[in-house]
Design a protein. Structure first.
Length: 75
């Protein structure tokens, strides 16, 4: 799938900063696969995510405020 890629080539990826899929340039390769990319919109370098958004982090305040469901006892 990634055969023939070189540094500076363009590809689409999810930008962590823009929070959307944008055009990126390859800045690092490992075994002919993109390792790090640079967003061509905001110029932020990040690991190659293969167009998959990372899971959203839950803030500590929301985690503490959310009631936890207790398993009901069988019986």
């Amino acid at each position: 799938m990634f055969g023939g890629l070189r540094l500076g080539d363009d590809l689409d990826d999810f930008c962590i900063k823009c929070k959307r899929i944008t055009n990126h340039a390859i800045v690092a390769l490992i075994e002919e696969k993109p390792a790090r990319v640079r967003c061509r919109s905001c110029y932020f370098d990040h690991p190659f995510l293969n167009e998959i958004a990372p899971p959203k982090k839950e803030s500590p305040k929301k985690a503490a405020a959310a009631p936890k469901a207790e398993p009901e006892a069988a019986g």
